[in-house]
Design a protein around this ligand. Structure first.
Ligand code: ADP
Length: 184
């Protein structure tokens, strides 16, 4: 099963992706986690993307697409995966569609976690993960980038009739149950 978990920053994608990974026994791929690990380890990729993440902007499409294609070609993803943070632009979505087609594979679900903007800001500023992009100013930039560049990805998958919208307000367990109900 191939799933895209989609939604604005602070919607709870990472939290739900980890629960889904255990439930369905398929790995979770978070591009944000990969970039943060690369920055921490000061790899060439990390050096390249650090200032971009710090600013709350997007890493160039080509970098992200190559990274995800490489990662998804690994053995552990052969029975499916949960994508979190990708695709984040229409260019990335088109590249992902082409990747699936090339591998004779398809997307099973596109789950949109819907959370109002005031709640997102509140959640991010109170989660205290110490992320350099979790300041009020950077969160506003990330939400604007989401609105301008990422939301069109939803329309892209609406055209394919894939989008399943989930109410992202409630307890972690309640939201998890809504998602698994949709998927079954
Ligand atoms: P959030 O959803 O809370 O913004 P993520 O961990 O998904 O957090 O992403 C953190 C940052 O990593 C983004 O602001 C962006 O700079 C970078 N990033 C992650 N995924 C992508 C992507 N698919 N394309 C471009 N940049 C990305």
């Amino acid at each position: 099963m191939n799933i895209i978990l989609f939604g604005p920053p602070g919607a709870g994608k990472g939290t739900q992706a980890k629960l889904l990974q255990n439930e369905y026994n398929i790995p979770h791929l978070s591009t944000g986690d990969i970039f943060r690990a690369a920055i921490k380890n000061k790899t060439p990729l990390g050096v390249k993307v650090k200032s971009i993440l710090d600013a709350g902007e997007l890493v160039p499409d080509e970098t992200v697409v190559d990274l995800v294609a490489d990662e998804l070609s690994k053995e552990k993803y052969q029975d499916g995966y949960i994508l979190d943070g990708f695709p984040r632009t229409v260019v990335q979505a088109e590249a992902f569609d082409a990747f699936l087609e090339k591998n004779n594979d398809s997307l099973d679900a596109f789950i949109l976690l819907s959370v109002p903007e005031e709640e997102l800001i509140k959640r991010i500023l109170s989660r205290g993960e110490g992320r350099s992009d979790d300041t009020e100013e950077k969160v506003k930039t990330r939400l604007k980038v989401y609105h301008d560049e990422t939301e069109p990805v939803m329309k892209h998958y609406q055209k394919q009739n894939k989008v399943q919208k989930i109410d992202g307000i409630g307890s972690i367990d309640e939201i998890f149950e809504r998602i698994t109900k949709q998927l079954s």
